[in-house]
Every structure is written in structure tokens, then in C-alpha cells.
Write a protein that binds this ligand. Structure first.
Ligand SMILES: Nc1ncnc2c1ncn2[C@@H]1O[C@H](COP(=O)(O)OP(=O)(O)OP(=O)(O)O)[C@@H](O)[C@H]1O
Ligand SMILES: CC(=O)N[C@H]1[C@@H]2OC[C@@H](O2)[C@@H](O)[C@@H]1O[C@H](C)C(=O)O
Length: 380
């Protein structure tokens, strides 16, 4: 079955689209990426999304317009990526997260992804599954990370204990014990580790007056020296100490959060490069620290995906924090690190129409497994 997976993540840089051929059942799938392409958002739409994520209030009319504008750009990505001679059976669209509130003691979580699937289905003429997170939220779950069950499907290994580490805007990890471990499936874990590139990106934008969007290959940070005292102070925050299940977003790791970090950096007289090195160190230390806190033993392999896997300084620092693990890129295992999340939403759509649950309750904290997504049938 040919499925297009669509994803725009917390970096809000654009729509990742992946055309995937999927065959098989349940966790035993054959998944081939046929085409992958990123479609940057139009600058005005990106700016609007970032402002809304940072708390800009909207009227209902403005909200509906934003929802439609995002869905239209997702639909355009679909129309542009499909080769003339290919028939696509289904779309799985994550949409754009603009708000995410994890569940609290007695309160259900709230998560909002814009780019409505009904409009994508209408505009493309292709059946579309979207809104994947809410069914898990309805069962008391975090609604994230969802990719962990896909990780089980694509990366399980008979002998190696693996961590799949995504470093996007936000970081998230899945721990997969080797499949020869007794009751290995019960020992799988997953959680959001905290900031991926979000704080580094916000700092670069602030320091360059928006002339640069990110620290290419970590070249700027590499010129600085991380301030370990500050990293230790920052790691002392509740989110990092909280046990999984846990998820987070730009609501916590926000422009306001960055301002606090920059203030702290001033007290220590950090240069711009030192400041970026320290934020990069927070990202890698929060990942490594969560492994030390929550995993039974260090993973043999850490498999990276997401934009942060292209930052060689960040990778070197992560390796320094995880001396007992071999660091790999997902591409080394034949799965695109760039399109992994888009592929994941194609698989979740496939599972939806095959009535196979997409969440892992031990990861999200949901009361039970559930079929994820809402299915919109096209009239064509
Ligand atoms: N060559 C590079 N060097 C350094 N950083 C890079 C490079 N390429 C991408 N990045 C970083 O990766 C980020 C984008 O990552 P990605 O596309 O995985 O995020 P996302 O999918 O939006 O986030 P999430 O996984 O949290 O939803 C960019 O904002 C940038 O910070
Ligand atoms: C609410 C939301 O959009 N969460 C994203 C975000 O980006 C990374 C991390 O935080 C992860 O938990 C999740 O995305 C991936 C695809 C997931 O659900 O597995």
C-alpha cells in the first residue's frame, strides 16, 4: 500500500513528506521510502505559527483560518511530491502542534495539532488519517511520544539494547532492550528528554537579530566552552527529574525560558559562543542524564535522528556524556534520519486502517492500547 506521511515538528521549519510503500501486519512490516521531500512553510505562515506557539491569542475566525492555511500547505506538499505515474492510497498527517499540555494529577492532557485532515482529504482527493494524539490523551495518556511503537517495529535488535534518540525541536527517546531479553516488550520505555534544538535555535536567532536560524553543524558553539555550573543548575528543574511517562513542548522550552538562560549566562559573563556551547551542553546532558536516571543499564547503541543528528559538535558532546554507548545515525541502519517522523505517520495511518493500536501505554501512560487517528474519506 502506498501511503504519504506528513509531519511538521516543533522546529516549525516546514512539512516533511514521505511516500512510503508498506506491507505486512502489526509490528512485522516491510517499509520502503520511495520519495522524501521537505516543503518549507511560507515565511508569513511560519511566523504566525511561532507566535501562536508562543502564546499569541487568536479569535475563532483567526484560528480556523490558520487551521485551513496549514492544511492547504500540507495538501500542496502532497500534490507536489506525487510522481505522475504513482497512485497514492492514503495520507497520514500529523499536522502542526500549536499547543501541548501534558496531563496533570486529575486533569486530562490537551493537545492541538492544526492542519485539519478533512481539508487535506478534500483538496488532495486522497483518504486521510489525522489527529493521532487525542485518542491516547482520552485514555489519560500524554499523547506523545507516539514514535516509540514505530521504533519497536523498525529498530528492534536481537542482541543490542538500543536507544532511539530524536533531536528535533524537542528531544525524545525510545529504549528498546534486545529482543532476546526475557519479557523485552514490557521493558520498552519512551519519553521526551527536553530541548532538542529549540533553545539553540532561539538563541542563534536572538544573537544574530534573526539573520541566522540555527547553528550550522554546531560551528559557532564549537568555538565556545560550556559552563558546566549553569548546565547543572538548569538540569535541576522539575521536568528533567520527573519520571516517564512525560512529554513537553515549546510551552515550557519557550522564548521566555531562553531569556532566563541568557540572563544566567550574563551573570557568568559568557560570550555568545560560550552561551551556545552551554545550551548545546544542556541538550546533550539532559539526554544522557535521563538515560542514567531511568534506564536499567547504558544502551549498547544510541541511534540518532532529527536535525540535531547533523550537528557534529552536539554529537561529539553527546558521545562524551555516553562513553559506554556507540552513537549511530539512523541512516547508518538504512532508515532516513530526516524523514523518520514522516514515515512514522504513514505507518500510524496504515495501522489505523488495519485496526492495529498505535500507542504504547507504558510510554504514554494511557490506560490501554488504542487505535489512533481520525479517518476522512475523500469523495474522489
Ligand atoms: N546541519 C545542521 N547543523 C546543525 N543543526 C541542524 C542542521 N540541520 C538541522 N539542524 C537543526 O535541526 C532542526 C530541525 O530538526 P527537525 O526537522 O528534526 O525538527 P522537528 O521535526 O521540527 O522537531 P520535533 O522532532 O521536535 O517535532 C533545525 O531547527 C536545526 O536546529
Ligand atoms: C505534542 C507533540 O507534537 N510532540 C512532539 C514533539 O516533537 C518531539 C517530541 O515533542 C515528541 O513527543 C512529539 O513528536 C513525535 C513525533 C512523537 O510523538 O513521537
Amino acid at each position: 500500500m502506498i501511503i504519504i506521511g506528513l509531519m511538521s515538528g516543533t522546529s516549525v521549519d516546514g512539512i516533511d513528506a514521505a511516500i512510503v510503500n508498506i506491507e505486512g501486519q502489526g509490528l512485522d512490516l516491510k517499509v520502503d521510502l520511495l520519495v522524501g521531500q521537505t516543503f518549507p512553510y511560507s515565511p508569513s505562515l511560519r511566523e504566525e505559527i511561532l507566535q501562536v506557539c508562543a502564546g499569541k491569542p487568536l479569535s475563532m475566525e483567526e484560528l480556523s483560518k490558520l487551521d485551513n492555511a496549514i492544511a492547504s500547505e500540507f495538501a500542496q506538499a502532497v500534490t507536489s511530491i506525487i510522481p505522475d505515474d504513482l497512485k497514492v492510497d492514503l495520507i497520514g498527517s500529523h499536522g502542526q502542534t500549536v499547543y501541548h499540555q501534558p496531563p496533570q494529577k486529575n486533569q486530562l492532557g490537551y493537545t492541538l495539532q492544526l492542519g485539519r485532515g478533512d481539508l487535506i482529504s478534500y483538496l488532495t482527493g486522497i483518504n486521510t488519517v489525522s489527529n493521532f494524539r487525542v485518542a491516547d490523551i482520552a485514555l489519560g495518556g500524554q499523547g506523545a511520544p507516539l514514535v516509540s511503537k514505530i521504533d519497536v517495529c523498525l529498530y528492534r535488535h536481537p542482541h543490542h539494547h538500543r536507544c532511539l534518540q530524536n533531536i528535533g525541536g524537542i528531544g525524545n527517546a525510545t529504549y528498546l532492550p534486545s529482543s532476546h531479553t526475557p519479557q523485552w516488550q514490557e521493558k520498552i520505555m519512551g519519553w521526551d528528554t527536553g530541548p532538542g534544538n529549540v533553545l539553540i535555535d532561539l538563541a542563534v536567532q536572538e544573537l544574530t537579530n534573526n539573520q541566522q536560524k540555527f547553528d550550522f553543524n554546531g560551528e559557532w558553539s564549537r568555538q565556545g566552552k560550556p559552563c558546566q555550573v549553569l548546565v547543572k543548575k538548569w538540569l535541576n528543574q522539575d521536568f528533567f527529574k520527573q519520571k516517564p511517562p512525560k512529554s513537553t513542548g515549546r510551552e515550557l522550552f519557550s522564548p521566555h525560558y531562553l531569556q532566563q538562560c541568557l540572563k544566567d549566562a550574563q551573570t557568568y559573563n559568557l560570550s555568545s559562543a560560550d552561551c551556545l556551547a552551554t545550551l548545546t551542553e544542556l541538550t546533550v546532558a539532559s539526554i544522557a542524564d535521563s538515560y542514567h536516571r531511568f534506564l536499567p543499564s547504558p544502551p549498547h547503541e544510541v541511534v540518532l535522528a532529527g536535525g540535531g543528528s547533523r550537528n557534529s559538535y552536539l554529537k561529539e558532546r553527546l558521545q562524551a556524556h555516553l562513553p559506554h554507548s556507540r552513537l549511530l545515525n539512523s541512516d547508518d541502519l538504512g532508515i532516513s534520519s530526516e524523514f523518520k517522523e514522516a514515515i512514522a505517520f504513514a505507518i500510524l495511518a496504515y495501522w489505523h486502517i488495519n485496526n492495529f493500536p498505535g500507542n504504547l501505554p507504558q510510554v504514554t501512560g494511557a490506560k490501554k492500547e488504542v487505535i489512533l487517528g481520525q479517518h476522512y474519506l475523500s469523495s474522489r
